[in-house]
Design a protein around this ligand. Structure first.
Ligand code: ZN
Length: 191
């Protein structure tokens, strides 16, 4: 499916709770289409509004092909494929983590976002089974990013404006495991 880019109101209006608006066969096809689209992008998460659908559904999956030092600093561990239906998150503790992130709906750029280091995610899966799970590290970042999409928020709303970097600049300069160097050089605060 084509991915909607920032500027389209569908990314800003929020979503309707999923209450079996799709019959099971159609839901399964939609979830599969989200999965294929996420893989093709490629990305580690995709929310229904990003393909123009105003339902509270998202998918996540991260094989986390990163060097050991990055895995340790960012908590970027593999996250198996999951379907999030009607997800909501709340912080667990007060710790925050700030790293560069990007969005398939905002191509070409990345920015540093300080997010809860640990969140409790509630909702259900695609079969209606309850979901109540604590996420930490990079998976916590992914579920916050995707759930925010379902509330009409983009990562830029929470980003350090001075950290905004073109993808090429990130590749050239900001691939360190942490955002410390970028914070000093670009002039923004880390939590
Ligand atoms: Zn996004």
């Amino acid at each position: 499916m084509p991915i909607v880019a920032a500027g389209d109101p569908v990314l800003r209006t929020g979503t309707t709770r999923y209450e079996d608006q799709l019959d099971p066969v159609l839901l399964a096809r939609f979830v599969e289409a989200l999965r294929v689209t996420m893989h093709a992008a490629p990305g580690v998460g995709l929310a229904a509004p990003q393909v123009g659908v105003e339902l509270r559904i998202a998918v996540i999956e991260d094989p986390a092909p990163v060097p050991e030092e990055v895995r340790l600093a960012r908590g970027r561990v593999p996250q198996p494929f999951r379907v999030l239906v009607n997800p909501e998150y709340e912080p667990v503790g007060s710790a925050r983590a700030a790293f560069f992130e990007g969005c398939l709906s905002v191509p070409g750029y990345q920015a540093v976002v300080a997010r809860h280091a640990e969140v409790r995610l509630t909702g259900s899966d695609e079969h209606g089974r309850p979901l109540d799970e604590v996420f930490t590290g990079w998976p916590a970042r992914i579920v916050q990013h995707e759930t925010d999409h379902l509330d009409g928020l983009l990562y830029l709303d929470r980003a350090e404006p001075r950290s905004l970097s073109a993808n090429q600049a990130v590749l050239d300069r900001w691939t360190q495991p942490t955002a410390d160097l970028a914070a000093r050089a670009l002039g923004f605060e880390l939590p």
